[in-house]
Every structure is written in structure tokens, then in C-alpha cells.
Design a protein around this ligand. Structure first.
Ligand code: HEC
Ligand code: HEC
Length: 548
């Protein structure tokens, strides 16, 4: 049987945390339960187990080997384009567990990862596989490491149920956050911009982001207070995220405070996560006696509806970007009948070009661009582009979403942290060129891991500058680049097409997106996800991607 063979020539055995795997209670109960199967200290799998493992192996080769590698070492053909890298199962180092740090996961833990995936990474969930298939896969994964046989089933920690939270808990949690130095990695507002963040690497020495705590839908282990609290007790083995069990045992914090911390972390994000997907930005008409907000910090924005648009790496054209830093943008808009102000905000832990993040940039480039494409090693600015067609399209026709084509160009509002704001047109990715005499104004600020840019322009356009009319759905799409994440040119985070609609002057009409529009956008999302999932197996030198 293959699994057994692999156990015999396993390389990493005993290298990791051997002490933590000592004679725990799991070992003892294993002995008492299965004495007949013990030969020289090792349990032989029963006939049924062997069948499970074989079946699991077949499923594995079909669905998992592309990423996790033929031998389970995390080095499949698609792996070199991913951060974090796929798990190496021969190491038995699992991240999302119900067991103490340094311990093996339970069978249920592994099955949970297979069922739900690890959000925020390329590891998808596999709800399409039934329970028995998931169980067989789990049996196979366990057969890839000798630890499971040697140590027997681990003990789950016992978890209390959440005490309820409330204002006081949040205030206490905020203090615990500083006391336990969470901000060192996650930053003061939790956006992953702490001073240690650019230096963090996982156990394979690959760069790892300090999670953005304001986007818990991307947490590997789930976004609920209960799940967050569990991660404190179990740690995320293989990452720099420390378990708080030591602080608890040493009396630095008590268990109530650890719950307060979990409530506080959850409070850093909106109540509904992920934010509801919407297709249309409603640009509110301000009252006649009000003024359009001049900058990103203006109080007027507080009352304006925010819209969230998720973004994914540009993986259709070379050089591709599989692991962009920016996961999405928040968009708000207001107009006064003659001018529009659009505020776009997004989380980016570095104010590029930031010399403190140069080591991160080099590591990411080294990890992801080892295929002969040029590494961006110089200091790069952060960028954003808001994309429109050059004119309001008839029916469903829109330019190609990746910056248009020669037949159908796009019109862009561009900003970069070095040169400020420009108006451009483009006829494809990497072709953007400025329009003369920019009519676009704006301002940008960066604070605690978040950029906010306000664009202002008159509603009336000219030539390739689209005119914006009240009540008309105008297609819009977004691009973002994090310079210190080695993103430049075609290596960007992109959204699909959405729409902006200016409220008509009476201010009370509610615009309803036609069903066709909704379907189009939804269909496109699926397409993007599929393209992203397909990954890329080929190498080859791409273009240098300068331009956009
Ligand atoms: C598209 C790539 C991809 C595919 C396909 C894939 N995985 Fe993964 N998997 C990953 C990545 C990446 C990680 C590591 C994520 C991290 O470190 O946060 C991972 C992690 C895991 C983990 C570890 C969970 C933990 O808590 O540490 C398990 C278990 C797993 N995968 C099982 C599977 C199984 C079973 C399949 C096939 C049914 C599969 N994966 C297919 C990319 C993939
Ligand atoms: C040394 C740096 C470091 C410190 C200190 C740190 N973290 Fe983390 N944390 C990380 C990293 C890195 C990750 C992401 C791991 C990954 O992507 O797999 C993470 C992930 C998380 C997650 C997401 C868990 C999940 O399911 O994906 C939460 C929540 C979190 N940290 C909260 C905290 C809190 C609260 C503190 C303080 C008690 C803290 N962290 C201290 C580095 C750190």
C-alpha cells in the first residue's frame, strides 16, 4: 500500500515539535483500545482502513494532487503560484484544529477543512464530496505522516460557549489587544499593518500576511466569535500567529478577557460578513444647500451608503497575479447635479513605496515569480483605477473588462501614490495612456492600513470622457495595485463590471437594476472564480507589464 511505503521513507519525522507529541492521554487510550493491532509499537491498519485509504488516494489524485503534490508534500504543479503554499501532509502540521498547539488535528478537524476549505487561501471547500469520500480522503491524508499512527488520536480541548459580549467586553477586549501585543502584527486598527507584519514568514519561510482582522470572512478558521476564540486557544500552527494558551496559563489574562478579545476582534468588521454583494453604486444627490465633500476625510461621507466590491487577482493575462493584497474596495458616491465625488477605500497594509516593506516585496516576488518573469525589485507605488466605457453602452455591450480593446477602449480614473490623479484611456491591459488636460481632481489619504481616494469630475464629459447622466446605469470596474506586494502593470487585483447610477434630482426614486444586468454580473463572478481556480500550471516568460 502506498501510504505505508511513504511512511517508511518520510523525511520530516520527528523534526517538528517532538516534545509536544510525547505520551499524552491520546496515546494511552489508543493503547487500551487496540491492543490486538499493536506490533512493535505500531498499529497496522485494518482491512477496511486500507480500503478507505486506497479510495482516498484515488480521490486525492483526482482532486488534490494538483496543489498538494503527488506525494502530498505541498508541491503540486500549481503550488508555486500560491501564498500560502498548499499544506505538506507528510509534516502533519495542521492549522485549524480543536487541539492544543503542537498537537495533531482530530479526524473531524481535517474533515472540516475539506468540507469548508480555508477561506482567504486557494484551498477550496469540497461540499460536493460526500461524507464517506471526505472520510476516505482524511484517512489517506493521515496515512501520509507517521505521526498519526505513532501518537494515536489526539484530545480535543474543551471549549466554553460564548458569554455574550457587550460594550464592557469590547472595551476590555480593546485593552487586551494592546496588552497581548496583537497590534505588533495586526496593526492598531487590525488591518495587518503592524510593525512586524512585513517580516512575517511561515514555517516554510514563505511570506505570510498578518490577517486583516476587519475582513473576517477571509479567516482560515471561520469568522464567528466562537471560532476566533478557538484560534486563540489552539494557535495557527505553522504560522507566526501565537497561541494565547500560554498567556492564559501564566495568568497574564484570564479566560473572560480572552472572550472579550474575541468579541473585540469581531467588532472590527461589519456585522454582516462578507458584506452583501451589490451590483450598483447609488450615487446620492446632495441637497442644494450642501457642498460636495472635498477630501476623503470629510464628515459628509459618514451618512453616505457604502458598497463593497470584491476583487481577485488578474490571472487571465501574463504576467498573472494570483495573490493580490487588495481583497476589495468600498465605494461611496455623491453628486450635486453638475459634479460627482466618488470615494474609493481599500485596505493595504503598506503605504508604498515604504522601505520597511521592501523585504516583503522581495520575498513575495521571489516566492511567486520564480518562472522567469522579471521581478519587480524597485520601489513601486500603490495604484488604483476606476474604469468606465468611453460612452454609455447600448444594451449589454461593454468593453472587455480587462481595460478594453482596440475596438472598445475604456476610460480610466487613475491614481498612484507617487504621481497623484490622472485621466486616461486604454485599449487593453498595460496600455493606459494619459488624456491631455485632465479634468479630474481628487485627494488621497492613507491611515492605519487603509487608502481612501476621492475623485471629483464634472458630470458632463467630452470625447472619450464618458458623460454621467442621472438615472442611467453606467458600467464601472476597479483595479488596485499594492506596490510593496510586487504588484505592477498587469499584476493587479481586478473586479468585474458593476454599475454606478446617479440618483435623479428629486432624490427619492430608488433605482432597481434590471434583471438582465444582475444576471450578467453574477455570471461574470462565476467566470472569474472559475478562471482563478483553474490556476496556472505553465511557466514561461511574460511581458514586463509596464504601463497600467
Ligand atoms: C487550488 C489548490 C488546492 C486544492 C485543489 C486543494 N487544496 Fe488543500 N490546501 C491548499 C492550500 C493553499 C492550503 C494551505 C492554506 C493555508 O496554509 O492557510 C491547503 C490546506 C489543506 C489542508 C490543511 C487544513 C489545515 O487546517 O491546516 C487540508 C486538510 C487540505 N488542504 C485538504 C485538501 C484536500 C483533501 C483536497 C482535495 C479534495 C485539497 N486540499 C485540494 C490548496 C489546495
Ligand atoms: C507575530 C505576529 C502575530 C501576532 C503577535 C498575532 N498574530 Fe494573529 N495572525 C498572525 C498571522 C501571520 C496570521 C495569519 C495566519 C495565516 O494566514 O494562516 C494571523 C491570524 C489571525 C487571525 C485569523 C485566524 C484565522 O482563522 O485565520 C486572528 C483572528 C488573529 N490572528 C488575531 C490575533 C490576536 C487577537 C492577537 C493578539 C492576541 C494576534 N492575532 C497576535 C500573526 C500574529
Amino acid at each position: 500500500m502506498r501510504g505505508t511505503r511513504r511512511v517508511a521513507r518520510h523525511r520530516g519525522a520527528g523534526r517538528w515539535n517532538a516534545g509536544a507529541h510525547g505520551n499524552g492521554p491520546g496515546w494511552t487510550s489508543f493503547l487500551s483500545l487496540m491492543p490486538l493491532l499493536l506490533i512493535a509499537g505500531l498499529a497496522l491498519p485494518s482491512a477496511a482502513d486500507a480500503q478507505d485509504v486506497e479510495n482516498g488516494q484515488r480521490l486525492y489524485e483526482r482532486w488534490c494532487a494538483e496543489c498538494h503534490g503527488a506525494e502530498g508534500e505541498g508541491d503540486g504543479p500549481a503550488a508555486s503560484r500560491m501564498l500560502p503554499r498548499p499544506r505538506d501532509f507528510t509534516e502533519a502540521r495542521y492549522q485549524i484544529r480543536t487541539t492544543a498547539s503542537g498537537n495533531l488535528p482530530t479526524t473531524g478537524d481535517i474533515m472540516r477543512a475539506i468540507e469548508h476549505g480555508l477561506p482567504g487561501t486557494t484551498m477550496p471547500g469540497w461540499p460536493n464530496l460526500n461524507r464517506s469520500q471526505q472520510r476516505d480522503l482524511t484517512a489517506y491524508l493521515k496515512s501520509l505522516s507517521p505521526f498519526f499512527e505513532r501518537l494515536g488520536p489526539p484530545d480535543s480541548l474543551s471549549f466554553e460557549s460564548p458569554p455574550g459580549g457587550g460594550e464592557e467586553a469590547l472595551e476590555s477586549g480593546r485593552q487586551v489587544y494592546t496588552k497581548l501585543e496583537c497590534d505588533r502584527c495586526h496593526g492598531s486598527a487590525g488591518r495587518g499593518d503592524g510593525p512586524s507584519a512585513p517580516t512575517l514568514t511561515d514555517w516554510r519561510d514563505q511570506p505570510v500576511r498578518a490577517a486583516d482582522l476587519t475582513q473576517p470572512w477571509l479567516f482560515n478558521g471561520g469568522s464567528s466569535v466562537e471560532e476566533i476564540h478557538r484560534r486563540f486557544l489552539t494557535g495557527l500552527d505553522g504560522t507566526p500567529m501565537p497561541t494565547q494558551a500560554d498567556a492564559l496559563n501564566a495568568g497574564v489574562v484570564d479566560s473572560a478577557q480572552l472572550w472579550d478579545l474575541a468579541y473585540y476582534v469581531r467588532s472590527l468588521a461589519p456585522e454582516r460578513v462578507p458584506p452583501p454583494g451589490r451590483n450598483v453604486v447609488r450615487v446620492e444627490r446632495i441637497a442644494d444647500d450642501e457642498e460636495l465633500p472635498a477630501g476623503p476625510g470629510a464628515d459628509a461621507w459618514d451618512d453616505v451608503d457604502r458598497y463593497w466590491f470584491p476583487m481577485a487577482g488578474q490571472v487571465l493575462e501574463r504576467p498573472r497575479q494570483f495573490e493580490p493584497m487588495v481583497d476589495g474596495v468600498w465605494v461611496e458616491g455623491v453628486h450635486d447635479g453638475s459634479e460627482i465625488a466618488l470615494r474609493v477605500s481599500w485596505n493595504d497594509p503598506s503605504q508604498s513605496p515604504d522601505s520597511a516593506w521592501m523585504q516583503w516585496q522581495r520575498r513575495v516576488a521571489g516566492a511567486l515569480y520564480a518562472d522567469g518573469t522579471p521581478w519587480p525589485t524597485d520601489s513601486l507605488p500603490d495604484r488604483l483605477a476606476v474604469q468606465f466605457p468611453t460612452e454609455i453602452p447600448e444594451g449589454r455591450e461593454r468593453p472587455y473588462f480587462l481595460m478594453g480593446s482596440a475596438q472598445k477602449p475604456v476610460y480610466l480614473w487613475r491614481w498612484n501614490s507617487r504621481d497623484g490623479i490622472r485621466e486616461s484611456t486604454a485599449t487593453g491591459l498595460g496600455t493606459a495612456g494619459p488624456l491631455p488636460e485632465s479634468r479630474l481632481q481628487g485627494q488621497a489619504t492613507w491611515s492605519a492600513g487603509q487608502w481612501s481616494v476621492v475623485f471629483r469630475r464634472s458630470l458632463e464629459g467630452e470625447g472619450q470622457r464618458i458623460s454621467l447622466e442621472s438615472g442611467v446605469a453606467v458600467p464601472v470596474a476597479f483595479y488596485a495595485w499594492d506596490g510593496n506586494n510586487a504588484e505592477t502593470g498587469k499584476r493587479a487585483a481586478v473586479s468585474s463590471w458593476y454599475f454606478v447610477v446617479l440618483e435623479v434630482p428629486t432624490g427619492n426614486e430608488v433605482y432597481v437594476a434590471p434583471a438582465a444586468v444582475v444576471l450578467l454580473v453574477a455570471g461574470f463572478g462565476v467566470f472569474m472564480v472559475r478562471s482563478a481556480r483553474q490556476g496556472e500550471t505553465g511557466g514561461g516568460a511574460g511581458d514586463d507589464g509596464s504601463g497600467a
